[in-house]
Design a protein around this ligand. Sequence first.
Ligand code: SF4
Length: 185
Amino acid sequence: MDKKEFFAHLTDRMISLGAYKASVIPVADVETDESFRRLCEQNVCGNYGKNWACPPDAGEITELIARLRSYENILVWQTVGTLEDSYDFEGMLEAGRRHAGTINEARAFCPGEPFSRYLCLGAGGCSACDTCAKLTGEPCRRPDLMTPSLETYGVNVSRLAQAAGMKYINGQNTVTYFAAVLFDV
Ligand code: SF4
């Protein structure tokens, strides 16, 4: 399988796992912005300092961007949920659960060849555990499953969507979540 076929295989696989759209693009096409860290510090999502995968514990943003840029390619996918209305929090949670499922499935096929190393990034704080160990003063329970957000790594997700040929927002009464696996193939 050549590189092009392998990338098509990856995107087809994500679609079969429930992604709405998926694409592989070069990491060089990913726009990052250190100023996103200031948005995290405003703690709108409530995860700042409460999740090992979120700032400030996730690390300095310059180091995280450098780590991201050390990879060659990025498999990006999105999960879209349909909501009854903009207050349909259960619908948002359900889409979030489906999205987390796609991340778990993607992670399951990454270890081993041809993924000599990979980095998995998702949406929001890491939700691998019911309660993040940060909240109970313990070390991360599953560093192998830790999934920081794309924003924690300084990724401009709306520009990422554009670069990957996707819409950042998919219409009224929908919710869209993004995730990615960075790799070197
Ligand atoms: S794996 Fe568990 S303890 Fe570690 S960051 Fe994720 S939720 Fe927190």
